[in-house]
Every structure is written in C-alpha cells, then in structure tokens.
Write a protein that binds this ligand. Structure first.
Ligand code: IPM
Ligand code: MG
Length: 352
C-alpha cells in the first residue's frame, strides 16, 4: 500500500530522532512491500526562524492533505522570550487543533528490564500498563476569554477552562471502546469537587458508563490520581482526562517507564489522519550530540502504522523489535547505556 506521511522534525533533538524513525519506516516498507511517500516541513522554532510563524497555513494544509503526520519535538531557549509574538508551542497547539486530533493516547508500559531506571520500587512497577487518554483540543489550553489586560489599575491574566458536552462525549466513547480491548476499566480523572467543567465531565462520563455496563467506571479526583500514580500505578488501566490534567499526569507517569525517551503518543480525531509524536520535548541540552533515545519516536511511528494505516502486523513488528532490543541490553544514555541514537536504532532494525 501507498501512504503519504508529513514529517515535522521540529527543533532540538527532533531532526535526529525523526531521521531514525525514517530508517525504521524504510525497513518496514521494503519488508512488507509498502511505499511511504515522505514530505518534510518546518514547524516550531525552526519555522519561526524561516517564515516568521511557528506553523504556516501552507504547512498545515500539507499536513491535512497527507495520510498522517509524524512529529519530533518543538521548542528551545532561543524562542523562550515570554514577550514573543509567536512561540514554537503555539504551532503545535494550532496543528493539533487544525488536524482535529482531540484524543491523545499515551501508553505507559514498564519494561521489566528497565524497572531499575525508575525511582519507584520494582514491586510498585510490576504489571504497570496504563493507557492515558488526554483530551487534546479543548479545556484550559484553548478556552476563551484568554489573555492579559489591565483591570481596575491592576495587570491581569486570564485562561478559561471550557468544555462542551460533545467534546467530552466523543473522548468518553473512545475511552470506553478502547477499554473493551483491555481490562474493561475506565478511570475518569477530574476535579469535580471544585470545577464546574469537571462536574459536566463527570456527568457525561457517568452517562456513557451506563451505556457500557460491561466496562467498570471509576471517578478519581486529579490530586488523588497524581498520588495513586506513584503509590499504586498497577491499579490503573485506561485513564481519561482533561487536556491540562493529562499533560501533567503523563509527565508524572513517564517516570514509571524509567525515561521519557521511551514513550510514544498518538493523537487521533474523527478520521484516520493522526499526529504521532514522542511525549518528550526537544531536549536542547543534548541536541546535535547524537545521543538522544530514538525509541519514543520509533514507537510513535509504530502507532501511526496501527492507528492511521491499520497495519497491525507492521506496528507489532516494530514494538516487538524494541522490546527484544531492550531485553537483550540495548541502552541509550538516558536508560543507563552508551549507545548513540543511530546505534540504538540499528539494534531495533536488526530485530525487525
Ligand atoms: C506535551 C507538551 C505540550 C503540551 C507543549 C510543548 C505545548 O508538554 O505534548 O505534553 O503542553 O501539550
Ligand atoms: Mg507535556
């Protein structure tokens, strides 16, 4: 089959890790007789430098016109001025919104061979296999009013946590459907003891829970959820939550896996067009050194094959190769080894 993929390497280590994911895709293409038509575009700080905008209309249109989008990372100290008109992160948010990818799937699995890399005791990590579904195009990131002004002689800043019923419904449907292929349990995380938006969230979760009696539903407050992620993470399976809660909880959950560099994500909407990116950032401190862990990006490419292209065997082949490479001792610097970005990928490629 033939698929058109837009690559957005972005900033920092982005280009290095995307290059490795491309090598893996090349191997899959020749082994399984597919053709991946790759086009590369700028997004993030690099796009500000070249075009004066973190995401141009042309780049967004090219992404929309492709079958899927694979992203490295955006941001860096160069573009961190709080007074700047545009920021790399704005491009990423506009891309998510523009692609309509409202559900961000962040699977957190702990590889047994990496348990000693996590600050948590191994006994707590046994059996951890969580799928966080983070709402991605609503909530505090996008609500209006938003901005700064002077009110009553004082400088003021406003962000709005806003949700419409349909935004909550569609992500709950996805959560329950995905739970059916797993442990049939959904943990809905909110702050319903304080926030009105969370009370609507909980009301809709409950309603959709009733429509899916074969799936157990529990509601957990976000502060409790953040504690339980550390004290008893194995107790969670599918976790569904608001945009910003999900942002915070997934960084916390990544610690369970030993390194952020290991974790992929898939952002999905109504169509098969998705946005796939590792959950880590652009890591400017190690950019250009060739030592970044490519696994999060390679596993994101696997998620792209599965979710956008429905190539399950190909996706599983990559995941299996990563798993055996780790089991057999392949380690980049972030997980206690000495392999370069390229060598780490070589270890994966030879097991596909
Ligand atoms: C993430 C990141 C982004 C977010 C930033 C870079 C805008 O932290 O994907 O988790 O907050 O969504
Ligand atoms: Mg984040």
């Amino acid at each position: 089959m033939n698929f058109k993929i837009t690559l957005l390497p972005g900033d920092g280590i982005g280009p290095e890790i995307i290059a490795e994911a491309v090598r893996v895709l090349d191997v899959i293409a020749s082994k399984y007789k597919h053709s991946f038509d790759l086009q590369e575009r700028l997004m993030g700080g690099c796009s500000i430098d070249k075009y004066g905008s973190s995401l141009t209309d042309e780049t967004l249109a090219d992404c929309v016109a492709s079958d899927s989008v694979l992203l490295g990372a955006v941001g860096g100290p160069k573009w961190d001025d709080p007074k700047a008109k545009d920021r790399p992160e704005r491009g990423l948010l506009a891309l998510r919104k523009g692609l309509g990818v409202f559900a961000n799937l962040r699977p957190i699995k702990v590889h047994p061979a990496l348990m000693d890399r996590s600050p948590l005791k191994a006994e707590k990590l046994q059996g951890v296999d969580i799928l966080v579904i983070r709402e991605l195009t609503g909530g505090l990131y996008f609500g209006f009013p938003k901005g700064r002004d002077i009110k009553d002689g004082r400088e003021r800043a406003v962000d709005t946590l806003e949700y419409y019923d349909y935004e909550i419904k569609r992500i709950m449907h996805l959560a329950f459907n995905l739970a059916k292929g797993r442990k049939k349990k959904v943990t809905s995380v909110d702050k319903a003891n304080v926030l009105e938006s969370s009370r609507l969230w909980r009301q809709i979760a409950t309603q959709i829970g009733k429509e899916n009696p074969d799936v157990e539903l529990e509601h957990v407050l976000v502060d409790t959820a953040s504690m339980k992620l550390i004290t008893g993470p194995a107790w969670m399976d599918v976790v569904v939550t608001e945009n910003m809660f999900g942002d915070i909880l997934t960084d916390e959950a990544s610690v369970l896996a030993g390194s952020m560099g290991m974790l992929p994500s898939a952002s999905l909407g109504e169509s098969t067009l998705g946005l796939f990116e590792p959950i880590h950032g652009s890591a400017p401190d190690i950019a250009g050194k060739g030592i970044a862990n490519p696994v999060g990006t390679i596993l994101s490419a696997a998620l792209m094959l599965r979710h956008s292209f429905k190539l399950e065997a190909e996706a599983a082949a990559i995941e299996h190769a990563v798993e055996t490479a780790i089991t057999e001792g392949a380690r980049s610097a972030d997980i206690g080894g000495t392999l370069t970005t390229r060598q780490m990928t070589d270890e994966i490629i030879k097991r596909i």
